[in-house]
Design a protein around this ligand. Structure first.
Ligand code: PLP
Length: 441
């Protein structure tokens, strides 16, 4: 790592070719040493560490016997009873996070991605509102706006069902709204993905005026929908939470009450894959969704809903719980920041985000180098998400973006992986500069 730290002060684009050659060979040596160390480090997984999920172990004993299995309205959670929308006490618990009253909330099983997938498939097969034309019957292929870099699994849903994806630039405060407003003038644009708070992977939270414009803008498709995936609603890395305008209310105020389909989950609050998927929308949209859901399931796992309601009790308890999570993961994010600042700061070889919440750091390396950096990292035992994955169709137009997920590995591994990644970033940058100058060996 020494070679990387030693050149921290050098602004690479202004270095002489001789200096670049020297740096490059020192970085090559550092890379070879990393390779020889034979480590296996992994920054791909946006998943909670075991200590984080263990904070929810009260779920394991929240319901202990038959007498415990009754919900507050007397529903026996071990049987086929109750509302398909889920238990009222659990909907009440998540109402502040969802920004809707309990009647406008549905709690599903463990995955919010499954709820999003179903909403898209329902719209494709039966229309986005009762009596509407199924999106799949459209004569020209429909399209979704995809703020990018974004969440690859959103893009995978579109790809799976042949929905054309149109990338939209993110500004640091949400999508480029001039571009969004221009694009929704096309009636084939039926939907848009948004991760409005501590976005995956950029960490940005949409500014109030951006949320209002998304709610207000005229869309040529009268069944245009925004899939508002508020997956990181309470996932702060500081002592306070970013504010986000309530999108359901904003859409209602703007005269587009059915535009918002809001999703969240407890996957990164309690147990990933054993938590609760959450959905909220206007009364009309909720009726639309429930009608279609009726042929799919008799109802969700209410016992898990009961466990969550019992363990938390109220929304303030969720905030306290997320502060405990923050204390576990914020040092890992800090470790990456410290390494990047020390090794990459002032070099012009990379820019990276300093998120206030969420699960990721977004690293933009020198244009045209993300694939090379990912390959160099793999060579020395550091796994990062394949370059391009954060863009629709896996195509990063500038080949710059890499998504870093520091929550899962132990902090020392996070630090080592960040150091190796910084070395690879610098090596790729020097290679590129030398190539651009026609100065490769
Ligand atoms: N939405 C976003 C933006 C995510 O980053 C993730 C997981 O990484 C999910 C949804 C998945 O959520 P769930 O486990 O509820 O399906």
């Amino acid at each position: 790592m020494q070679a990387a730290e030693a050149i921290a002060a050098t602004y690479l684009p202004e270095a002489s070719t001789a200096q670049l050659r020297d740096l490059s060979s020192r970085l090559q040596a550092a890379h070879a040493a990393l390779k020889a160390a034979g480590r296996e480090l992994n920054l791909t997984r946006g998943k909670p560490a075991t200590e984080q999920v263990a904070l929810s172990d009260a779920l394991l004993t929240a319901v202990t016997g038959r007498a415990d299995c009754l919900a507050e309205d007397g529903t026996d959670c071990t049987n086929y009873y109750g509302s398909p929308q889920g238990l009222i006490e659990t909907r009440r618990l998540f109402a502040p996070i969802m920004g809707a009253p309990p009647e406008q909330i549905l709690i599903g099983n463990n995955s919010s991605l499954a709820l999003m997938h179903d909403a898209v498939v329902f719209a494709l097969l039966t229309g986005a509102r009762d009596g509407g034309e199924p999106w799949s019957r459209s004569r020209t292929p429909i399209a979704f706006l995809c703020p990018a870099p974004g969440y690859d699994r959103h893009f995978a849903i579109c790809e799976q069902y042949g929905i054309r994806m149109i990338p939209v630039r993110l500004t640091g405060h949400g999508p480029d709204m001039d571009e969004v407003e221009r694009l929704v003038a096309d009636p084939q644009v039926k939907g848009m993905w948004c991760v409005p708070k501590y976005s995956n992977p950029t960490g940005e939270t949409y500014a109030p005026e951006i949320v209002e414009r998304l709610a207000r803008m005229p869309a040529a498709a009268d069944d245009f929908r925004v899939l508002w995936d508020n997956a990181y609603a309470v996932h702060t890395l500081t002592e306070t939470l970013d504010d986000l305008v309530n999108f359901i209310d904003a859409c209602a105020r703007a005269g587009h009450p059915d535009r918002a389909l809001v999703f969240a989950s407890t996957s990164k609050i309690t147990y990933a894959q054993a938590g609760l998927g959450l959905f909220a929308a206007s009364p009309t949209n909720m009726a639309w969704y429930l009608k279609r859901l009726a042929s799919r399931t008799i109802g969700p796992d209410k016992l898990n809903q009961l466990r969550h309601a019992r363990m938390f009790g109220d929304a303030a308890a969720i905030d306290r719980h997320m502060q405990r999570q923050r204390r576990l993961i914020a040092p890992k994010f800090q470790a990456v920041q410290d390494v990047f600042r020390a090794q990459l700061g002032g070099t012009g070889a990379a820019r990276w985000t300093e998120p206030r919440g969420g699960y990721f750091i977004s690293l933009d390396v020198t244009e045209g180098c993300a694939k090379r950096v990912a390959m160099l990292a793999k060579d020395c035992g550091v796994a990062v998400v394949p370059a391009g994955r954060t863009f629709p169709y896996g195509r990063d137009p500038n080949d710059t973006n890499l998504r870093i997920a520091p929550t899962f590995p132990p902090i020392e591994e996070v630090r080592q992986a960040a150091q190796a990644l910084a070395t690879c970033t610098l090596l790729a940058a020097t290679e590129k500069l030398l190539r651009d100058r026609g100065a490769n060996d």
